[in-house]
Design a protein around this ligand. Sequence first.
Ligand SMILES: [Zn+2]
Length: 306
Amino acid sequence: MRIAKRFILICCIALLLMGCKKEDEIDVQAVIEQEKAEKEQEEEERREKERKRKEEEERKEAQRVQEEEEQKEAQRAQEEEQRRLEEQQAAMNARGGLTIVLDPGHSAMVAPGTEPLGPGSSEYKAADASGTSGVASGVREYELTLNISVQLKAELEERGYTVLMTRESNDVPVSCIERANVANNAGAAAYVRIHANGSENQGAAGAMTICTTPGSPYASELYSASRNLSDCILNKYCEMTGCRSEGVWETDTMSGNNWSRVPVTIVEMGYMTNPQEDLLMQTPEYQSKIVQGIANGIDLFLGFAG
Ligand SMILES: [Zn+2]
């Protein structure tokens, strides 16, 4: 009995010890696992921090690159603008050395008498003519030609040219020779005579320019320059206004052209005897196109076409 009791006691102790040992083992395992988990968490946190740091670094780098790119782009734009201004200034300076003479056709006071058709000619022609008038607008040709010439002068001056006009009011009589002499005395680079057309046929419409012929007894040496001026202005005029082109008319019957010693053209802007064209030529929008078109033609003739 004592032996049995002792055996039971030993067994109990053994069991107890075994139990304790198991608990210890579990504790150690848990600690290891916890430590491992903590380490993993730490590692995860470290990686997360690293990832964020890298992200931040990349973001900053991208921002830096973008800022650098923007700065470069701004610098490029600034340089481009500078170059454009320099070119504009150079063209302005070059134009500044050139004089354009504008001749607003006709006048309320028509110059009296007659003049030779050209230098050395025995044929005489009226010193000036009264011109046509708007069939729908009632505006006189001399009013329209002065109106356009004043605007054209401002535009050409804006571009850098020196500009003279043969008349600046409707109350002065100016003969064809007097008009041509303004251009001759100024040594004008171009003498541009502003007119509007008239016809018995109200359907006639379109623009033309007029210069002397290659066989002109008065200005044959100026033919190619005057023809070129006529082409440049007519082309740019029609391009800008959308007006029908009637082409360049070569004739030696225009005293104002014959007396010119510089490249000359007459611009017939359109027909005042055509009701639609007459009213169109009175609108500020179309007048602005007329002015731009003629100015572009002068620029092209003188080598400033952009
Ligand atoms: Zn006229």
